[in-house]
Design a protein around this ligand. Structure first.
Ligand SMILES: Nc1nc2c(c(=O)[nH]1)N[C@H]1C(S)=C(S)[C@@H](COP(=O)(O)O)O[C@H]1N2
Ligand SMILES: [Mo]
Length: 220
């Protein structure tokens, strides 16, 4: 048995310990009974609708970039090759759109947000994340949701590259929030101490967007 005292204290272990002490990830994936799989007010679809502002950017891989900025110890600016060299993960999840459709069992591959967090090391004051995309879209979410175990910076869906209409070459997937929080064509992740509204949040959508609580609009 390895006792805790023998594990060297690194910045990573100390940050993880701090997160655990804060209960940072307590809003992460929660096992739900099968009968409770469909959130209130949702219906199941088999296809996958496309929803966005109507500008689906063409991003050549040589022009692709991901900047990770704000309240982190190690900001990053990654090109496609550097991004692809991060640890790769797979996750299976349901998606829930605020327009009332849900789709079960989507298989994603890409970089788990937790692996990105291990690299950049959010500072203690980082409580929120603002996402910005190549089409000018933005959306905000709590760091605890961004850090959920099944949240992934996805490049593949069902074994094939994510198509441009669905956010290829890379989009975020945060299964536990409505899908508008899952920015397509993601290019910037900014860590912040205060919450600020993104595009739909400025236009009446909820700041958090938990489908299980039906947090659709700002008054909900
Ligand atoms: N960059 C970007 N991401 C976006 C959007 C957008 O307009 N631009 N729309 C959001 C909304 S409102 C939804 S419902 C989902 C839809 O994802 P899909 O088209 O893959 O179903 O993407 C979200 N991410
Ligand atoms: Mo949406």
């Amino acid at each position: 048995m390895v006792d805790d005292e023998s594990i060297p204290e690194t910045k990573l272990t100390s940050t993880k310990r701090r997160w655990a002490a804060d209960g940072r990830f307590l809003t992460g994936r929660i096992a739900r009974p099968e009968t409770d799989r469909l959130p209130p007010g949702q219906h199941l679809v088999k296809d996958w609708p496309v929803l966005d502002l109507g500008q689906q950017p063409h991003i050549a891989l040589e022009n692709w970039r991901l900047d990770v900025t704000g309240a982190v110890d190690h900001p990053l600016s990654l090109d496609w090759t550097a991004f692809q060299s991060l640890p790769q993960s797979e996750s299976l999840s349901d998606i829930h759109c605020v327009t009332t459709w849900s789709r079960y069992d989507n298989r994603w591959q890409g970089v788990a947000t937790r692996d990105l967090l291990d690299r950049v090391m959010p500072r203690p004051e980082a409580e929120y994340v603002m996402l910005t995309s190549f089409d000018g879209y933005s959306t905000n979410l709590p760091l605890a949701d961004f850090a959920a175990e099944d949240a992934i910076l996805a490049t593949m869906w069902e074994g094939a590259p994510i198509t441009r209409p669905h956010g290829g070459p890379m989009r975020l997937i945060v299964p536990q929030l409505y899908l508008w929080k899952s920015a397509k064509w993601l290019t910037r992740i900014d860590f912040r101490s205060r919450d600020a509204a993104g595009f739909w949040e400025r236009n009446g959508y909820h700041m958090r967007g938990d489908p299980w609580r039906e947090e659709r609009y700002s008054g909900d």
